[in-house]
Ligand binder design. Structure first.
Ligand SMILES: NC(=O)c1ccc[n+]([C@@H]2O[C@H](COP(=O)([O-])OP(=O)(O)OC[C@H]3O[C@@H](n4cnc5c(N)ncnc54)[C@H](O)[C@@H]3O)[C@@H](O)[C@H]2O)c1
Ligand SMILES: O=P(O)(O)OC[C@H](O)CO
Length: 340
């Protein structure tokens, strides 16, 4: 079933571009909104995004636009691919236009002051909207290249999940549903931090044992934190948990991994972020996560270690020594408490 009204994608970056094209491939009319009028005009005339995924042709069904009010008024289903630092500021002024709309957050970040996830911000801005989260192992570059990909639409609104499955599902993009919006969204935000670490380790050629240890202990740490916040740990075994953690910690196409790689090459954090020139949400997430873990007294040695390197002038060697020589722990925390 095709939408009568066009579908909106908010964001002119790589993920907005990949998802807008995917929707158009499935036969939907798409309004891809971006704040930069020149960029929208260039995309309309050249049929290419001048800044992101520059070699990907913009399909005829995608109309790059610059008028947010008109876009929100025209569209019932709205995918949000704005950086976490921009989401509230971009949508708050238009709160009254969002009532009753289907708002799907694809943004993987955490708001600094409030520790709110992006769908919680959407709910805060638009309490009468219907809210979902799309998350999973979803590198924009690979979606645009039609690599076989799976994702998760998460919401307690089953009709919304079905609708999003209908519009996005296709030959190269498979959409699973989950009722656990909080767990799915938290997984997508937290894994960015560990991808920085994995990129750093890879640049230093630390080896496959190290990579595996990092990913597995990252999963343990993320899950421990999530349980403290009341999330369901089982969600972290799915695509939006371990799935996204694996891809982001393994792929040089991940921007968070690239920041870590640049740090491993000896760049400072600011230089690494500048060189990237795109959003790497893990840097801000690390700051808010470190503070929250301390507040909640959750043991997160990898987060503390990376924070110590990036913001407290510890050397990598000092942090490695602290991590490796700390008191030995149990492998899987939950085994003893579940009685298996
Ligand atoms: N790229 C991916 O592979 C991917 C995959 C899944 C989720 N995401 C998430 O999607 C979000 C966006 O990432 P991206 O990859 O598209 O980023 P990007 O760096 O490719 O592009 C960011 C875009 O946001 C725009 N922007 C910045 N500030 C803005 C503001 N105040 N108002 C409006 N637009 C603004 C920029 O101009 C740019 O067009 C992030 O939270 C990211 O974690 C990205
Ligand atoms: O490029 P990154 O590091 O923002 O990661 C992109 C996606 O979140 C991977 O699922």
């Amino acid at each position: 079933m095709k939408n009568q009204s066009p579908v909106a994608v908010l964001g002119g970056g790589s993920f907005g571009t990949a998802i807008a094209n995917l929707l158009a491939e499935n036969g939907h009319r798409v309004r891809q909104w971006m704040r930069n009028e020149t960029q929208a005009e260039t995309m309309r005339s050249q049929r290419q995004n001048p800044n992101y995924l520059t070699d990907v042709p913009i399909l005829p069904g995608v109309e790059p636009v610059n008028d947010l009010v008109q876009t929100l008024d025209e569209c019932e289903l709205i995918f949000v691919a704005l950086p976490s630092s921009a989401l509230r500021q971009a949508l708050q002024p238009h709160a009254s236009r969002l009532a009753g709309k289907l708002l799907i957050s694809m943004t993987k970040g955490i708001e600094a002051q409030s520790f709110m996830l992006m769908s919680q911000i959407l709910e805060d801005i638009a309490p009468d909207a219907r809210i979902g989260v799309l998350s999973g192992p979803n590198l924009a570059r690979e979606i645009a290249d039609h690599a076989l990909t799976a994702t998760v639409i998460a919401s307690d609104d089953e009709t919304l999940c079905q609708h999003v499955q209908d519009v996005l599902h296709g030959r190269t993009f498979r959409v699973y549903a989950s009722p656990d919006r909080f767990g799915v969204e938290l997984g997508g935000a937290l894994k960015n931090v560990y991808a920085i670490m994995a990129g750093l380790a890879a640049a230093l050629n630390m080896g496959e044992n190290t990579k595996s240890m990092l990913i597995t202990r990252a999963l343990a740490e993320m899950t421990r934190f999530a349980v403290k916040l009341g999330a369901n740990p089982m969600t972290f075994l799915g695509l939006a948990g371990v799935g996204d953690l694996i891809v982001t910690c393994s792929s040089p196409k991940s921007r968070n991994y690239q920041v870590g790689w640049a740090l491993g090459e000896g760049l400072g954090l600011d230089e690494a972020v500048d060189r990237l020139g795109e959003v790497a949400e893990g840097v801000n997430t690390l700051k808010v996560l470190k503070a929250k873990a301390e507040e909640l007294q959750v043991y997160m040695p990898l987060v503390s270690g990376l924070y110590a390197i990036l913001f407290e002038k510890y050397t990598l060697d000092q942090v490695i020594e602290m991590l490796m020589l700390s008191e030995p722990k149990t492998d899987v925390d939950f085994i003893s408490s579940t009685g298996f």
